[in-house]
Ligand binder design. Structure first.
Ligand code: PMP
Length: 401
C-alpha cells in the first residue's frame, strides 16, 4: 500500500537520543545517555496525595477544561515566577502546555511559514530542532562560546537573514551545560529590541542551580513582555510524567497559541493540573528543589573527579554550574559515534554530540548526563568510559605514528 503522506514528513526526523535509549534500556549498560531526572528523588507521596486530592475534591479535575489551563495554577505560576525569577506577568499571559515541548511546538505552529529563519546556538536542544524542521523552517546557527552567542555574528545574521525568532537555552543548557553571561543576555535583548525579533527562552533547568545566587537573570525578567517568550516545566523539579509545562509572553502570541492548542489537544491534562495546584499548596516544593540541586551537584562532582583523572591531550569540558549535563570535547581524531558502539560493548552509554548540531557537527563531542545514575553507578560507569576513551586515544595515536 502506498500511503499519500504529506511533504512535511520529509522533515520529521527520529531523535538520535531516543533511538539510543531504546538500545540502552536492556542489559547491564550504565547509561549517561538520556536526559532523565533521578526516579529516586521523585516526591512519590506528595504526588500521590496531590492526585488523590485533585480527583476527590473537585469534579472539575475530571471534566473538560479551559484551553488556557487551570486559572489557579496560572496564578501560582505567576507568583512563583515573580518571586523566584523576577518575571512579572499576569496569569492571563500564561498558557499551560503538555510539557514545554508542546510550548515549542505550538509557538512554531503560529509563527513559522516554510523557509522562515530561526537562529539558534550550535549545538542546541535536539527536540527543538526536530520541531523547527517539522515546520520546514530554515534553522541557522549563530557562533557562540561558553558565555553565549557572539554579538557580532548575531547582529550580522539578524540583518542579513531577517529571522522570525531566536531560540535559546541560556541557563544550564542542553546539551552544553553552559550558562550565558549577563553581558551576552543583555546584548541579545538589545538586538532583539533593535530589530524587532522574538526570542524563545527555553528554561527547563534554571531551577537546578548548584551554587546560590550566581545565576544571571532570565531574559524574560529583563524584557517588558514584548519580545521574550519564556517556557519552563515541572518535568525536572516534580515528575516528567505529569507533562505540565507553561509558556508566558506577549498576549497576542499567547492568544494565538491558545487557539492552536484548541486544535491540537483542547487542553492539558486537567487531573495533572489540579494535582499540581494541590502539590504547590501542600508540599514544600522549594525545599524539594534544594534536595535535587544538592544531589545533582554531588553527582556532577563525582563525574568531574573521574574525568579529571583522564589524561588525554586535546580533551576538554566545561564544569556545569547547574542542570543535568556535561559536554565533552574529545580530541578531534576521535569520532564519538564510533566510540559509542565500543562503550556499549563495555557496558556504558552516552550520547554522541553530532545530532545536536544544526550544521557542521563536531564528531568528537559527547554529552554525559549525571543525574540519573547513583554516585556508585557514576563511578563504575565512568571507570568503564574512561578506559574506552583511553583505548580509543591510544589507537588513534598509533594510527598517526
Ligand atoms: N527544552 C529543553 C532544553 C529540554 O531539555 C527539554 C527536556 N528534555 C524540554 C524542553 C522539554 O521538557 P518537557 O516537555 O518535559 O517539559
Amino acid at each position: 500500500m502506498k500511503y499519500g503522506f504529506s511533504q512535511r514528513v520529509r522533515y520529521l526526523k527520529s531523535s538520535a537520543v531516543r533511538d539510543i535509549l531504546k538500545v540502552v534500556n536492556n542489559g547491564n549498560v550504565i547509561s549517561f545517555a538520556g536526559g532523565l531526572p533521578d526516579e529516586g528523588l521523585f516526591p512519590v507521596d506528595a504526588v500521590s496525595n496531590a492526585y488523590q486530592k485533585a480527583i476527590q475534591s473537585n469534579r472539575k479535575a475530571l471534566q473538560y477544561g479551559e484551553t488556557e489551563g487551570v486559572y489557579h495554577l496560572r496564578q501560582q505560576l505567576a507568583d512563583r515566577m515573580k518571586q523566584q525569577k523576577k518575571i512579572i506577568r499576569q496569569p492571563e499571559d500564561i498558557l499551560i502546555t503538555s510539557g514545554s515541548q508542546q510550548a515549542i511546538d505550538l509557538f512554531s505552529r503560529i509563527m513559522f511559514n516554510p523557509g522562515d529563519v530561526v537562529l539558534t546556538e550550535n549545538p542546541t536542544y535536539l527536540a527543538a530542532l526536530q520541531v523547527f524542521s517539522s515546520y520546514e523552517t530554515n534553522v541557522i546557527p549563530v557562533k557562540s562560546d561558553q558565555d553565549g552567542m557572539l554579538e557580532n555574528d548575531l547582529e550580522d545574521k539578524i540583518r542579513r537573514l531577517k529571522p522570525k525568532c531566536i531560540y535559546v537555552v541560556p541557563t544550564y543548557s542542553n546539551p552544553g551545560g553552559k550558562v550565558w553571561s549577563l553581558e551576552r543576555r543583555k546584548a541579545l535583548l538589545q538586538l532583539a529590541h533593535k530589530y524587532h525579533v522574538v526570542v524563545l527562552e527555553d528554561d527547563p533547568y534554571g531551577d537546578i542551580q548548584f551554587e546560590q545566587d550566581d545565576t544571571p537573570p532570565t531574559l524574560a525578567s529583563m524584557d517588558q513582555n514584548k519580545y521574550v517568550l519564556y517556557t519552563s516545566t515541572f518535568s525536572k523539579t516534580v515528575v516528567p510524567a505529569m507533562r505540565i509545562g507553561w509558556i508566558v509572553g506577549p498576549h497576542q502570541i499567547i492568544r494565538l497559541m491558545t487557539q492552536a492548542k484548541q486544535a491540537a489537544d483542547l487542553h492539558t491534562n486537567a487531573i495533572s493540573q489540579y494535582a499540581l495546584v494541590h502539590l504547590i499548596q501542600d508540599f514544600d516544593l522549594d525545599q524539594h528543589i534544594q534536595v535535587i540541586r544538592d544531589t545533582y551537584y554531588q553527582r556532577m562532582l563525582v563525574m568531574k573527579r573521574l574525568l579529571d583523572q583522564v589524561n588525554i591531550d586535546g580533551m576538554s569540558y566545561i564544569e556545569p554550574k547547574g542542570g543535568m549535563f556535561m559536554w565533552i570535547n574529545m580530541p578531534e581524531t576521535i569520532n564519538t559515534t564510533v566510540l559509542l558502539q565500543t562503550a556499549v560493548d563495555h557496558g556504558v552509554a552516552f550520547v554522541p554530540g553530532a545530532p545536536f548540531y544544526v550544521s557542521d557537527p563536531k564528531e568528537s563531542t559527547m554529552r554525559l548526563n549525571f543525574t540519573n545514575a547513583t554516585p556508585d553507578l557514576i563511578e563504575e560507569g565512568m571507570n568503564r568510559l574512561v578506559s574506552v576513551m583511553k583505548k580509543a586515544q591510544m589507537q588513534s595515536n598509533e594510527k598517526a605514528n
